[in-house]
Ligand binder design. Structure first.
Ligand code: SF4
Length: 259
């Protein structure tokens, strides 16, 4: 199975491993990927493989598509737990992100007032005040930190800006004062001839130190589930994933494990 793109502005609803019945919103191109990271495990593929289409959906296109889908679902009596911003890259790169979030809140209140709004973000744009304001409006910010060690962070996430460090990334996360869900991918393998494993004691201890510093409201850990652009990656066993979760739980955090 090849890596794949989400083929519309609105996708699903799907039953998510982590979120329940989730209606997805893709603010990125429909036939391409735009991201500030180029993770070696990205289910959308590498950025270089997805250059075809760079046109981002506009605020009015997103509003119209979301309104249409929510009203249709409501009429059909369909259940929904969450509206999730994810898709073909990093949602906060859409220049109308803040306004789109405001529209989504308005539509959610109209059609499904009890539904949560979540954003899956790689957390690279948290210094941007408009992005930060938009994120502060949603119920769940699910923000990525895959390693607290810069070398591994760069290998796994491959930031577009090569000078971007894990320290800078962590500083951005601190802006939330703990009001976010931390999301971490655990994986091992080889990339460009370099071995990587963010489950070693050194990695997990460094990650736990940053967890304590950031104090997120909960933690989601997961491992690869679908095809990845780097073929030499291995899934972490359920036992190992639960062992990592137990370490964070011992510090008082609620941890959900997808494996
Ligand atoms: S941050 Fe998400 S969308 Fe971007 S490359 Fe990584 S996994 Fe893919």
């Amino acid at each position: 199975m090849a890596t794949q793109l989400f083929e519309d502005i609105i996708f699903g609803p799907i039953r998510s491993r982590r979120l329940g019945i989730s209606l997805g919103v893709n603010l990125l191109p429909t036939h391409g990927k735009v991201c500030s990271f180029d993770c070696i495990y990205c289910e959308c593929g590498y950025n270089s493989e997805r250059r075809g289409d760079k046109r981002l959906h506009t605020r009015s296109e997103v509003r119209e598509a979301l309104q249409h889908r929510l009203s249709t679902m409501k009429e059909a009596g369909e259940g929904l737990d969450v509206i999730t911003f994810a898709g073909n890259g990093e949602p906060t790169l859409n220049p109308e992100f803040e306004q789109i979030i405001s529209d989504t809140i308005e539509l959610r209140n109209l059609y499904y007032p009890n539904v949560k709004i979540s954003v899956l973000s790689n957390a690279t744009r948290l210094k941007d005040d408009s992005v930060f304001r938009g994120l502060m409006l949603v119920d769940n910010n699910i923000l990525k930190l895959d390693s607290a060690i810069d070398e591994t962070f760069k290998l796994l996430n491959a930031p577009n800006i090569s000078s971007y460090t894990v320290e800078e990334h962590i500083e951005g996360l601190k802006r939330f004062k703990g009001d976010f869900i931390l999301q971490t991918m655990f994986v091992r393998g080889t990339h460009n001839g370099v071995e990587l494993d963010n489950t070693t004691p050194e990695e997990v201890n460094a990650w736990l130190e940053v967890v304590k510093e950031l104090n997120p409201k909960s933690i989601m850990i997961y491992t690869i589930d679908r095809d990845t652009p780097e073929k030499d990656l291995q899934k972490i066993s359920p036992e190992e994933m639960r062992e990592i979760a137990r370490k964070a739980e011992a510090l008082g955090y609620t941890v959900s494990v997808s494996c």
